[in-house]
Design a protein around this ligand. Structure first.
Ligand code: ADP
Length: 207
């Protein structure tokens, strides 16, 4: 029994707080808003159905969140990943989670942006979120956490990535409301937490 694991009960549903200045981009819909969480911390501690991994094309491990996931899962994860033949940018592949408390890991490869993004990168990042959600649904997984894909070493500007992440999740939930119970935006940096807090009300407004 590990006391550092974080169960879904310990991750509150996202709530509007303070003065909301963001202009709503969608209609208020509590059915969808109640499925969202913003959690700041280590994604490898979450005891949920699936955690998304911001992997690289080899799927054999790397730095950042990928490194943390492989360290937490242990060497059997690399062994399974080695059978998958890598992963293209924007695609998603599912594996077991081994030493992690989650049930599965959904690996996706974000676009490499190095600070500037065009339509190709934007679409690839959207595909990452969309294909992870689709893969979760295909496997009857109902609680999923995402790190801030591509915004670390891959250099996608976080303030542009957050728009893609929130838009893709909002639209997926609109289309598949019965398939997903919770989507957790797992941020690691205080700056990303602030960014999500400021932009969530635009995508998940309240009446
Ligand atoms: P990429 O190569 O896709 O840019 P990185 O791992 O470099 O991926 O960064 C993606 C995000 O993951 C960054 O916001 C980074 O701060 C965050 N991150 C790093 N470690 C963890 C962790 N253990 N849990 C959640 N997020 C993490």
């Amino acid at each position: 029994y590990r006391t550092d694991y974080i169960s879904l009960d310990q991750v509150p549903v996202w709530k509007h707080s303070g003065t909301v200045s963001a202009k709503p981009l969608y209609k208020a819909n509590d059915e969808l808003s109640l499925k969202i969480s913003l959690f700041r911390g280590d994604i490898t501690k979450l005891e949920i159905d699936a955690v998304a991994n911001a992997a690289n094309k080899t799927l054999l491990g790397g730095g950042g969140v990928d490194g943390a996931i492989h360290r937490g899962a242990g060497p059997l994860l690399r062994k399974e990943c080695a059978t998958l033949g890598g992963c293209e940018t924007g695609e998603a592949k599912i594996t077991g989670a081994y030493g992690l408390p989650a049930k599965y890991i959904i690996h996706t490869v974000g676009p490499i942006a190095h600070g500037s993004v065009g339509e190709t990168e934007r679409r690839a990042l959207r595909d990452c979120y969309y294909n992870c959600l689709r893969t979760a649904t295909e496997n009857q997984l109902r609680t999923v956490a995402f790190p801030c894909i591509s915004t670390g070493v891959y250099g996608y500007p976080p303030e542009q990535a957050v728009e893609v992440a929130l838009k893709t999740v909002r639209e997926y939930l609109e289309d598949n409301p019965a398939q997903m119970d919770r989507v957790i935006f797992c941020v690691f940096l205080k700056s990303d937490e602030d960014l999500y807090k400021s932009r969530l009300p635009a995508y998940f407004p309240k009446d």
